[in-house]
Ligand binder design. Structure first.
Ligand code: DON
Length: 557
């Protein structure tokens, strides 16, 4: 009898453990995002009959209130979508360089990089794209009035947002920098603790003006005046003309097949889709499914594909409105097979020997991601950012929001690493009105012509590898969405030539990797990415994967 009871308890424990591997499962619609409040607001819009695009607008605005770390009015981002009838597309609402920006603006007279200038303060700020992006989405796909979509964010800002433990830690950590960037104390500059409530009264007023006056309020109206006056007072170069000229742009997404699946991801000015295509297509011939998940061979193969993709990124990729990028060649099977010829399981390649590839024909945990599926079958994948935590730390007191420091995503000097250690060259040099190269990779996966998965992540350069590894976790290793999102991750980006592993990665494989010539770095990566994703299950239900690395959650019905 005792044995039977122990066995039953054992079974129960196993079941509980297995259950935890699944995320929230709902029948009709879902939002997975960095804050429960935002997910609830987006979901409520869909309950009212709104579609995923309406929910996107409401969620984005709610994140601008509830998650000022990365949610924003003062930043930008990308949306990849797939409509219920299978049409795909993407929107670029990335920031751009001000008209007065120039190639050497972050260098001193001796051509040395001026410390922090591209990261902190008024001249780190790119022209914000979020508000233009939301209006563009609404114009094309919105079904509910914009006023109804913005109102919940206004109400939330007035009611206040409860500070989580992680949020309190982040706010307190950046206090000194808030002061440095603004040359004065801002209202968020005080000691916060978990459970405090922050009311964003000025932000609510800004949102109300946008509700009443539309997009022009942000780009031409009182909001624009206040924003520019504040930046110029801090010696910023942005002008009203920059705001007036800003346009969000519909772009053709990167689409490619990986085995039975079609992957749809963001194209330039994001490197995300191109790099993910290069990595997945480089490993496709190797039948990765035969290697154990996160085993030595798995890490080797993916690392070498990542190394090559990031080397190409550094050389070739930049805003395609300014530079010619040979996208088709870079993601062609022939080119990638040639690139992988020097790969062997016997020893590591080095980043010295792997430069960018030769193209034959030159043809023509601070960002945030949310995934949405509605009951009609529309899917929306959005990654948006201020770049660093609270962006440039410039907070316009009269407007109640932070501004990005996206200018650091340019290659401010050839070969000089940005805050993510990424290097770049000519293709991503600063120029007036150019968009800085991004790694944001909002992605949608189809299987046999049907919607399968919606995903994306913050994490700078590690976005690309986080999204890729999540795609493989589901497609190759058949993990439920939540388990796929929770699994430990690793990352290689060509330079620096090491593999970053999350601290909870199985360390038993390290000696073998080191013997093969790989350098291991566990020092600088407490977390790699923060993936929020939705999987469509075979029975049509939706499973959410909310990354436990943050306060993220899935909400749906
Ligand atoms: O566009 C990019 O690639 C970066 N600005 C993203 C920044 C980011 O993901 C910060 N999160 N940790």
């Amino acid at each position: 009898m005792k044995k039977i009871i122990i066995f039953l308890i054992f079974l129960l424990l196993i079941q509980c453990k297995q259950k935890q591997k699944h995320g929230l499962i709902t029948v009709k619609a879902m939002v997975v995002s960095a804050r429960k409040e935002a997910g609830k607001i987006g979901t409520d819009i869909m309950k009212k009959g709104g579609n995923a695009f309406d929910a996107m607008i409401a969620t984005h605005l709610a994140l601008a209130v509830a998650y000022p770390f990365a949610g924003n009015l003062g930043g930008g981002g990308f949306m990849v979508y797939r409509t219920k009838d299978g049409k795909t597309g993407s929107l670029d609402f990335r920031e751009k360089a001000p008209l007065k920006a120039h190639r050497n603006m972050y260098l001193d007279s001796l051509d040395n990089v001026i410390p922090d200038k591209s990261l902190l303060g008024a001249n780190a700020v790119g022209v914000p794209g979020s508000v233009a992006g939301l209006y563009k989405v609404h114009q094309k796909f919105g079904t509910l009035p914009f006023k109804e979509l913005i109102q919940p964010a206004i109400d939330l800002a007035k009611k206040g947002v409860v500070v989580t433990k992680k949020q309190a830690k982040a706010l307190n950590k950046y206090r000194k920098l808030f002061f440095k960037a603004n040359k004065r104390k801002i209202f968020l500059d005080k000691e916060w603790k978990e459970g405090d409530t922050i009311k964003y009264i000025k932000l609510a007023e800004t949102l109300e003006r946008i509700r009443d006056n539309g997009k022009d309020e942000f780009y031409k109206g009182k909001t624009a005046d206040l924003l520019i006056a504040y930046l110029q007072n801090l010696d910023g170069i942005m002008t009203k003309e920059d705001l007036e000229k800003y346009q969000a742009k519909w772009r053709k997404p990167i689409e490619f097949t990986y085995k039975n699946n079609k992957i749809i991801s963001m194209s330039l000015p994001s490197s995300g889709g191109i790099c993910i295509a290069q990595i997945l297509k480089s490993i496709e011939p190797f039948h990765i499914e035969q290697y154990k998940h996160n085993s030595v061979k798995y890490v080797q193969l993916l690392t070498e594909a990542e190394r090559r993709a990031f080397a190409d990124r550094a050389h070739y990729l930049g805003d395609s409105d300014f530079v010619k990028v040979p996208i088709d060649s870079l993601i062609s099977d022939k080119y990638l097979a040639r690139r992988m010829k020097s790969f062997s399981f016997e020893r590591a390649n080095t980043s010295k020997e792997i430069s960018y590839g030769k193209i034959a024909g030159y043809e023509s945990n601070e960002t945030t991601h949310y995934s949405i599926v509605d009951s009609f079958g529309n899917a929306v994948s959005v990654t948006t950012t201020l770049n660093g935590a609270y962006g440039s730390k410039v907070f316009v007191p009269e407007l109640g929001f932070f501004l990005n420091n996206e200018m650091d995503d340019f290659s401010i000097k050839p070969g000089f690493p940005n805050m993510f250690g990424l290097v770049g060259a000519e293709a991503n040099a600063v120029a007036p009105e150019k968009r800085m190269l991004s790694s944001m990779s909002p992605t949608i996966v189809e299987e046999n012509g049907k919607l399968k998965m919606v995903l994306g992540s913050p994490g700078g350069s590690t976005i690309i590898t986080s999204v890729t590894q999540n795609i493989l976790n589901v497609l190759e290793y058949k993990m439920p969405m939540q388990e796929a999102v929770s699994k430990p991750r690793f990352h290689h980006q060509w330079l620096p030539d090491n593999i970053k592993f999350e601290p909870n990665f199985d360390k038993s494989i390290f000696p073998k990797l080191e013997k093969l010539g790989y350098k291991i770095d566990q020092s600088n990566a407490p977390v790699i990415g923060k993936v929020d994703a939705i999987l469509v299950l075979p029975n049509g239900k939706l499973e959410g994967g909310a990354d436990p690395r943050g306060d993220d959650s899935a909400v749906g019905f």
